[in-house]
Design a protein. Structure first.
Length: 299
């Protein structure tokens, strides 16, 4: 089993130490062999080798990290999703390799962890950047080992970050309450100022909804970017991907249940039908969506 202990001087920040530890990890032949075996067992070796310009038998943690961190910074590629899900399944195990799988996930999520940490540092008083960094990494590791795996395209990394942020916010809220801060005020502030993970999620959902024609204006306005609207769009997008709803059915729901609904007469004109037919379509679409949710297994 590889040595996962930090080797950097204790004075360095948590993220610097993780980077130094990662370099040591990558140099261990046992780690490279484990990663190669994982990728071959999960039938991902050929694809990872192709995108990283590597030889299959030479795949290791460095190539795995490259596959998990596309150059454009968006973790929505099908291969990236597949690799991350495979790692999450391994990290949820009980054998010794689960620790290594979780460590790879942590390294892949360091850019998101840094953004989360910065977003939670207060300008006056409170915990230091490195204190919150430690808290964030610990929460990320716990979430990685939890076995909570999201199957929607483009969602594993986003939900991993969101679950981590929730852990950190709860711990910080408890800490601030203990030191005399009003928890309700902190929660209200967090709602008004979304963190980086929520903002990234809103952008991702908004872009997918616009591409699917669910946003009549083409973009997700600031007033619509609330949790309820995002959840509705996610549900409709999932139903469209699964075939439960057609694109037109999805628009019938999304155009109506919003802060500024499209009048049925206007929607009917846009789609070449009548207002009454559009209302019937929406009613049937809502019924199908509701039925599919009732039949879906709990997450």
């Amino acid at each position: 089993m590889p040595n996962l202990s930090p080797t950097a001087p204790a004075a360095r920040g948590i993220f610097d130490r993780l980077d130094v530890e990662w370099d040591v990890l990558c140099a261990q032949t046992s780690v490279q062999a484990a990663v190669t075996n994982w990728l071959m067992a999960d039938r991902l070796a050929d694809d990872v080798a192709a995108v990283t310009d590597s030889w299959v038998r030479g795949l290791g943690p460095a190539q795995l990290l490259a596959a998990l961190q596309p150059p454009n910074g968006t973790v929505t590629d099908a291969l990236t999703d597949a690799v991350l899900r495979a790692l999450l399944r391994r990290a949820a195990g009980r054998d010794r390799s689960a620790t290594l799988a979780a460590r790879v996930i942590v390294q892949a999520m360091i850019p998101a962890a840094v953004r989360m940490t910065r977003g939670q540092v207060r300008p006056f008083g409170g915990r230091t950047f490195d204190d919150i960094g430690h808290m964030t990494i610990a929460a990320l590791y716990v979430v990685a080992r939890s076995g909570r795996i999201h199957t929607r395209p483009g969602r594993p990394a986003a939900n991993l970050a969101l679950d981590t942020l929730r852990h950190v916010c709860r711990e910080l809220a408890a800490d601030r309450e203990e030191h005399g801060e009003v928890l309700a005020s902190a929660q209200d502030l967090a709602d008004r100022t979304p963190g980086p993970a929520e903002m990234a999620e809103a952008r991702s959902v908004g872009a997918a909804a616009a591409a699917a024609g669910l946003q009549p204006t083409g973009v997700l306005s600031e007033g619509e970017a609330g949790r309820a609207r995002l959840e509705l769009l996610e549900l409709v997008l999932d139903a469209m991907r699964s075939g439960t709803l057609s694109p037109t059915d999805g628009r019938a729901i999304a155009w109506h249940y919003t802060t500024d609904p499209v009048p049925d007469a206007v929607a009917a004109t846009r789609t070449g039908t009548t207002a009454a037919a559009w209302q019937r379509r929406r009613s049937r679409a809502v019924a199908r969506l509701t039925a599919s949710l009732q039949l879906s297994p709990a997450a």
